[in-house]
Design a protein around this ligand. Structure first.
Ligand code: GDP
Ligand code: ZN
Length: 461
């Protein structure tokens, strides 16, 4: 058990007017007392838990004032890490917050590793693994909706459901065990197999339900991959600019991406769009020309949504029709742009080619029709399925992969049961399902996995 005291800056660098340096561990309060001086000379160790105090940080070596601060004292166990926690609120700015962190480190704290606060919370039983991962997702959440998923996961929603499933499985296993150990009744098999089947089927259905939410969850986390398509001069760049400017791009923490496809994030009514190949639109105008036929096919194939832009002031061209043909099996919305000009496009023909997809008329020049387009995007995405926030979403790649394995295991069990395989054999698959589900909440994970997971966190969380 780690008992040394860790410290880190726990607010994002360079953001906000206040920065927080957080300490956690047995020495958190004594370290703070070494450097903190309140006007009334009160000691933090004598203060009640969960109180905040005004004062100055003083470097004990020089006796000089370092910062004017507010210090919160939170005593174990009712803290995030279940250890004593001190939070030093200081004026933002990298220089001042680093000065405070250095002072704390000089006086006995150790710099926290990435994710170490959350790791302690997990190791001290404050949160389970899926909740810890939710903290990580929260840090990366790109939209409010993604934030809500992370929040409800942190709140333990997914954990509760997983625990319920595991409970059902373990009860079934126990029941079967008892029947096998006391086979004085001839009809043991007949009694246990239907029960097993019933429970396993229920668990299978619940896992399936969870997995069904996962694609939506992934999109919410990573953005709906969207390509703006259209021949030159129809208004692709104008559309891109309008979408980006009206829906102020969300955190684009994709720095260091080596791909030659540039992405931009926008948030359309809670639906995060990842606009793909925005460089292609801005520079060469032609996605095919820029990245080649093969690559652009691939990009199109991977897209969740295509915005096909047409010029309403011109008749449809062969090129337009070819584009329709290319994307005919995909999710797309037709944008008929330049509706401020006299219209020459054959609407009936467009309707026929669109084959039931939404068609929206816009004038990007006059900023008309953009609301309708955004509405259409949001509708397409939510289509009544997932408006509600009370669904339990799975959006974490690790969870999805485990659930898929668990589904396979429980389906094997069901198949065996139906095929008349002896109960003690079926038990193996049921046990495996139980173990796999345990990995989601961290009941059966290995130490190395835990280390690896927590090292992905930002520093200071
Ligand atoms: P892209 O080649 O498809 O990216 O098209 P652009 O966005 O660069 O637009 C081509 C030209 O059409 C530019 O001169 C735009 O100002 C103009 N344009 C874009 N949208 C509209 C519109 O709604 N109405 C009119 N009249 N002109 C537009
Ligand atoms: Zn352009």
């Amino acid at each position: 058990m780690e008992t040394d005291t860790i410290a880190a800056i726990s607010t994002p660098m360079g953001e906000g007017a206040i920065a927080i340096v957080r300490l956690s561990g047995d020495e958190a309060v004594p370290i703070a007392d070494k450097i903190f001086k309140s006007p009334a000379n009160k000691k933090l160790k004598d203060q009640p838990s969960h109180t905040i105090h005004y004062g100055h940080l003083i470097d004990p070596e020089t006796g000089k004032i370092v910062e004017e601060v507010m210090v919160s004292v939170m005593k174990a166990p009712k803290t995030f890490t279940r250890e004593d926690v001190v939070e030093i609120n200081c004026h933002g700015g990298i220089v001042s917050v680093n000065r405070v962190l250095n002072l704390v480190l000089k006086n006995g704290a150790r710099l926290a590793e990435p994710g170490e606060f959350t790791k302690r919370a997990f190791l001290n039983g404050r949160i389970d693994l899926s909740q810890a991962e939710a903290v990580m997702d929260l840090i990366r959440a790109k939209t409010d909706r993604a934030m809500n998923i992370a929040l409800s996961q942190m709140d333990g929603k997914l954990s509760r459901l997983i625990k319920e499933l595991r409970q059902a499985l373990i009860e079934t296993l126990a029941h079967v065990e008892v029947n096998i150990d006391y086979p004085e009744y001839d009809d043991v098999e007949e009694m246990t197999v239907p029960m097993l089947l019933e429970k396993c089927t229920w668990v299978r259905d619940e896992i399936k339900k969870l997995l069904r939410t996962s694609s939506q969850g992934k999109i919410l986390r990573e953005g709906l991959s969207t390509v703006i398509l259209g021949r030159p001069n129809v208004g692709k760049s104008s559309l891109l600019n309008t979408l980006v400017h009206e829906n102020k791009a969300i955190v684009t923490d994709i720095a260091g991406t080596t791909r030659d496809i540039i992405e931009e994030y926008v948030n359309i009514r809670g639906v995060p769009l990842r606009l793909v190949d925005t460089a292609g639109i801005r520079e060469t105008e032609d996605i095919v020309e820029r990245i080649g036929v093969e690559r652009s096919r691939q990009v199109l194939k991977e897209a969740d949504l295509i915005l096909l832009v047409l010029n309403g002031s011109e008749p449809l061209t062969k090129e337009d029709e070819n584009l329709f043909e290319t994307i005919k099996d995909m999710n797309f919305i037709v944008v008929i742009n330049k509706m401020d000009l006299p219209q020459k496009i054959d609407l009936e023909k467009v309707k026929e080619l669109a084959n039931g997809r939404r068609i929206v008329a816009t004038s990007l020049l006059k900023e008309e029709g953009v609301d309708e387009l955004e509405e259409a995007i949001a509708e397409l995405f939510f289509e009544g399925q997932i408006e509600s926030d009370d669904l339990t979403y799975v959006s974490n790649a690790r969870h999805i992969s485990i659930l898929e394995q668990a589904l396979k295991a429980i389906e094997d069990a069901i198949e065996s049961a139906k095929a008349g395989v002896p109960v003690d054999i079926i038990q193996i698959d049921v046990t495996r399902t139980w173990e796999l589900l345990g990995e989601i909440i961290g009941d059966t994970v290995h130490e190395s996995l835990i280390d690896q997971l927590f090292s992905q966190f930002c520093l200071g969380k």
